[in-house]
Ligand binder design. Structure first.
Ligand code: ADP
Length: 626
């Protein structure tokens, strides 16, 4: 081997090294790159052919957070320490992002060391940097930190506890969480307690099973895992899952049973809630009143309860073969079905609506149906159907009753009115002169006839309202005229009772657009009530006033008043409230019912203010005609 062959080209050697190296001149602040090996180029996404001769920051701009915030560069500081001391400098863990071939910054963590290189004269000529990419390591470390902090928080909130049991000496050493779960002091648990202290706190129903499992695990060296309830001294029951395994300590020769307990009480609670709601759902599914079906949005019935099958006349076999919502929907109700499906898609639930279904043999059944998408599903829903045919029958009967009352009252009214007319003829002497006694009898007959007519009228009005066939024949009239007409009609009655009627018009000639006959009946009824339920020698005040877009007609009396407790009932059908006059005053308890209904048909309102023994005020508000 000749001498010349021994001459090593250090430059080549440097470049060929598999470890990343880069070297810098000491020309602070440029720190020009004097050499970079390929290994460094590979990790820093740089090309040594381009980097050599350039200042370090031109090639590798400082991307550190510190530099961004303070303008100080850790790298420069490290260079300067090497220059000042002539000693190697190891930088703290270093985050320095580099740009890849696509110009994107890639997160990189480095362990960087700087070594001084001296020339023959002993002065510092080059700083050599050894670079180690520890990104992977750092990320793994970070993950580990995260895991351990999760574990710590689990330990902190007491969900996880750890313990070790020295089998030979029967000493269980546990952490504070274990102490808390079993109701012993943390000091005692840290020092160690016999296993019995812990196993005694296990719920009696679980104790034997747990002890057996521990013994079995020791005997076979197999892992132990048991779920049980622990009852602490405050009588709180906590659910635990315990895992452990026996291990031989080769140094001491002792066998230890090491384990972890996890408090799963909350999970158990959720589980039991779930179980409960499942039981409820099962009960609903087993319902004999409700038809329940699970179906998809194409209308295919996937599951159905017995009531469903019975109601619609299908068998389980039919269900397996396939029943669709079309099979059970009457032609009339197809539109409703589409609406149900649209609403389910949009709002995920459908409030109960009426729909006509059809059974296998073609019988139609009116049902109330409600539905909701299954949680977490975009396709399947549950539908609940309630047969309301009986309800329908009731409604039909009710309608028939209304019709009957209407018809009967109508038929009764004609002869009663005729009686009234003949009585009036007799009274006014058309049938010849009458004795005082005869006149008295006629007056009595007249009063009874009036009462009879009032009852018939009340019944007729109520039947008309309830049959929903009430048609208003509206016309324009001043509110004051409505009032004066009613007052005039009752002039005889109020006069006989020595009651004064005062009208106070603050609404001028304002008009309302109403059914004049009906409004007259309303006012007559209210004024009649005011008169009926007031003693003689009192005043009835009728006030007209403007109230926004309405005209308020208030009828006040100085009568017996109405008990507050009954006020909200007086507008209900057949409600008569006892008062000191009710024994002598006749009535049906229907008047205020139809008064309110007809007022509402006009878009108006009625309210009442009353004080027992002081009097009542009924206020009717009607929309004012502009
Ligand atoms: P009735 O035929 O019994 O008068 P209404 O429906 O007209 O039926 O009235 C219902 C109840 O309201 C009456 O029984 C009475 O107790 C009470 N009532 C109505 N108007 C007055 C009033 N002006 N003063 C006191 N009580 C009244």
């Amino acid at each position: 081997m000749s001498d010349s062959k021994l001459v090593l080209e250090y430059g080549r050697l440097f470049r060929a090294l598999p470890h990343p190296y880069i070297a810098f001149a000491t020309d602070d602040p440029l720190f020009t790159i004097v050499e970079e090996n390929d290994a460094h180029g590979a990790i820093a996404f740089s090309n040594p052919a381009d980097t050599v001769g350039k200042p370090v920051f031109e090639v590798f701009p400082d991307t550190t957070e510190k530099y961004r915030l303070t303008g100080e560069s850790d790298l420069v500081e490290s260079f300067r320490r090497v220059i000042a001391t002539g000693k190697p400098d190891i930088m703290p863990l270093y985050k320095y992002d580099v740009q890849n071939e696509d110009g994107e910054f890639v997160e990189r963590w480095w362990r960087v060391s700087h070594y001084p290189v001296f020339d023959e004269a002993g002065s510092l000529s080059i700083i050599c940097q050894s670079t180690e990419d520890i990104t992977e390591l750092r990320l793994t470390e970070q993950k580990l930190e995260q895991t351990s902090s999760q574990l710590e928080s689990a330990l902190e909130i007491g969900l996880v506890s750890t313990w070790s049991w020295d089998i030979a000496s029967d000493v269980v050493v546990g952490d504070a969480n274990l102490a808390r779960s079993f109701g012993v002091t943390p000091e005692a648990a840290a020092k160690g307690l016999p296993l019995k202290i812990f196993t005694d706190s296990i719920h009696p129903d679980d104790q034997k099973r747990v002890l057996n499992a521990i013994q079995k695990s020791i005997k076979h060296g197999a892992p132990y895992e048991e779920e049980y309830r622990a009852i602490n001294k405050h009588n709180d029951t906590r659910w635990m899952i315990a895992r452990g395994k026996s291990q031989l300590d080769t140094v001491s020769g002792n066998t230890y049973f090491l384990g972890v307990n996890v408090d799963i009480t909350e999970r158990k609670e959720v589980e039991s809630e779930l179980k409960q709601s499942k039981t409820m759902f099962d009960a609903l599914f087993e319902s004999t009143i409700l038809s329940v079906a699970m179906a998809d949005l194409n209308g295919k019935v996937l599951q159905a309860n017995k009531t469903f099958l019975k109601t619609f006349g299908y068998s389980q076999q039919d269900l397996r073969k396939g029943i669709t919502s079309l099979n059970v929907t009457s032609t009339k109700s197809r539109g409703v079905t589409n609406k149900i499906y649209d609403t389910l898609r949009l709002a995920r639930e459908v409030q109960p609506i009426e729909k006509e279904y059809v059974t296998k043999d073609g019988t139609t059944i009116p049902m109330l149906v409600g539905a909701a998408m299954l949680p977490g599903s975009d396709d399947t829903f549950m539908a609940f159907m309630l047969d309301i045919s009986e309800n329908k029958e009731l409604k039909a009967l009710n309608a028939a009753k209304d019709e009957f009352i209407g018809m009967a009252s109508h038929q009764l009214r004609t002869p009663a009115t005729v009686v009234k007319q003949y009585l009036s003829l007799l009274q006014t002497g058309y049938g010849g002169e009458l004795s005082d006694e005869q006149l008295l009898y006629i007056e009595k007959a007249n009063n009874s006839n009036e009462r009879q007519l009032k009852i018939i009228n009340d019944l007729l009005k109520t039947a008309q309202i309830d049959s929903n066939r009430f048609i208003l024949k509206k016309q324009t009239i001043t509110a004051s005229k409505l009032v004066s007409q009613a007052v005039n009609e009752l002039a005889d009655l109020t006069a006989t009772r020595m009651q004064q009627v005062v009208v106070d018009n603050n609404a001028g000639d304002d008009t309302v657009y109403v059914d004049v006959t009906e409004l007259n009946l309303i006012l007559v009824n209210l004024i009649e009530n005011a008169s009926k339920y007031s003693p003689a020698n009192t005043t009835i005040t009728i006030q007209l006033s403007r109230k926004g877009h309405a005209i308020a007609i208030s009828i006040s009396d100085e009568g017996v008043g109405i008990d507050q407790a009954y006020i909200k009932h007086i507008f209900q059908k057949f409600t008569r409230v006892d008062n000191e006059l009710s024994d002598t005053v006749s009535g049906t308890g229907l008047g205020l019912y139809w008064v309110e209904q007809i007022t509402k048909l006009h878009g108006g309102t009625i309210e009442v203010l009353s004080k027992i023994g002081k009097g009542s005020t009924f206020i009717v508000c009607l929309p004012r005609e502009d």
